[in-house]
Structure formats: C-alpha cells, structure tokens
Design a protein around this ligand. Structure first.
Ligand code: COA
Length: 182
C-alpha cells in the first residue's frame, strides 16, 4: 500500500528515508536481494534463488503498492537502498484476518544504525492502520541482533521450530517464533 515517506536520523548522523517501494526500484531491488542473501544466512533465500527478471520484479512491486493489505517499505540512505521490510496478511480466511507476518533485512554496512528499530516502529503503525491485531515472525535462533531488536520492539517469544532451515552444507538451524500484539 501507499504510505507517507518518513525521514529519520541514524546513529551516525545521516538521514534515512523510509518510503514505499515503487516499480522503478525493481533493478536495484534485485541487486539488493542478491547482496543480502550473500551477506547473511539469516534470510530465507540462497543467492542463486534470487531469480526474478526485471519485469517480474516490476510487477511484484506494482502489485504490492496497490495492495491495501500489505506493506513493502524501503530504507534509503544517500540515495541507495539500505534495506527493506514488509508485512503481509496470513491469509483471507476470517479466522486469521487479524494476523500478519513481518520480515526485515538490511545490507551489512547499514546494520546497528537504528534503521531496524525505526522501520518496525513505522510498520507497527501501518499494521494497526490496516486493522491487523498481531505481527508475527520467525527468527533464526542464533540471530542475536535480530532477537534483541524484536524484543526491544515488543515481540515476545512463543515457540521454537526445530530444524526450520537447512543449509547447503547439510547443517540445520532452529527458528524462534515471536509475536507482537498490536
Ligand atoms: C537484524 C537487523 C534487521 C537489525 O536491524 P538494525 O538496523 O541493525 O537494528 P537496530 O540498529 O535498530 O538495533 C539493533 C540492536 O541490536 C543490538 N545488537 C547489535 N549486535 C548485537 C549482538 N550481537 N547481540 C545482541 N544485540 C546486538 C544493538 O545494540 C541494537 O540495540 P540498541 O538500539 O538497544 O543499542 C539487521 O541487522 C539485519 O538486516 N541483519 C541481517 C538480516 C536479518 O537477520 N534479518 C532478520 C531475519 S528474521
């Protein structure tokens, strides 16, 4: 959905704009998605699984912008995509209409500057505006920075999904389920 851009000041004094993604961001988004999947094992995709064509990505971003039940937010620093985050409804059945899932990632050079905190704060406002009653996420168990961020933003741990991720080297990682009531 569309929402008002918001400017925040980072811990290093730079400005960061939080704004909706636009189809014109497609090329940079593809590069960005490849980069974060190379930089961290805490996201779902392996680098070779970022396979969107420019046209597919344009269409996805266009649909997200028009979808009143989901948010795709970009963090932009010095004109460059630093990270993104999103909320999506869990499904269209009435019994789960109150729930949304949240995802977030940043390029490594932008970690620890306060962008994650600011994006979740803004996403929380937008999720309430849409009418969601709770935000849910899964975080890899040894993702200390992620877990700290979520706890700070009001998420509570509600469970553990054993062996949720399997890496190419054959190792597994558990995920922690976290929920924030809105
Ligand atoms: C996880 C992530 C989104 C956090 O965003 P961020 O902008 O770095 O987060 P913030 O700077 O707002 O806050 C991070 C907090 O964690 C703390 N922190 C940093 N490293 C830490 C560590 N190793 N252990 C515990 N806490 C840590 C910071 O001090 C900060 O807390 P504070 O604001 O109280 O000082 C980002 O680091 C990232 O994209 N990581 C890789 C992808 C990922 O893990 N995505 C989440 C998948 S569920």
């Amino acid at each position: 959905m569309k929402f008002e851009p918001r400017t925040i000041t980072l811990k290093d004094g730079r400005s960061c704009i939080l704004r909706p993604t636009h189809p014109d961001d497609a090329a940079e988004m593809i590069t960005y998605l490849k980069m974060i999947s190379e930089e961290t094992r805490f996201v779902l995709r392996n680098p070779d699984e970022v396979t969107y064509t420019l046209e597919q990505e344009r269409e996805i971003l266009g649909n997200l912008l028009e979808d009143q039940g989901s948010v795709m937010m970009l963090a932009v620093v010095d004109g460059q995509v630093a990270g993104n985050c999103s909320i999506n409804g869990m499904g269209n059945k009435r019994r789960i209409l109150h729930r949304c899932s949240m995802a977030i990632a940043l390029k490594k050079e932008f970690w620890n500057l306060g962008i994650g905190t600011a994006m979740i704060t803004y996403l929380t406002e937008l999720a309430k505006q849409i009418g969601f009653e709770q935000m849910e996420l899964d975080v890899v168990a040894d993702n200390e920075r992620g877990r700290k961020l979520y706890e700070k933003c009001g998420f509570v741990e509600t469970g553990r999904r054993m062996r949720a991720m399997k890496y190419d080297d054959g190792t597994y990682a558990d995920e922690i389920v976290m929920i924030k009531l809105l």
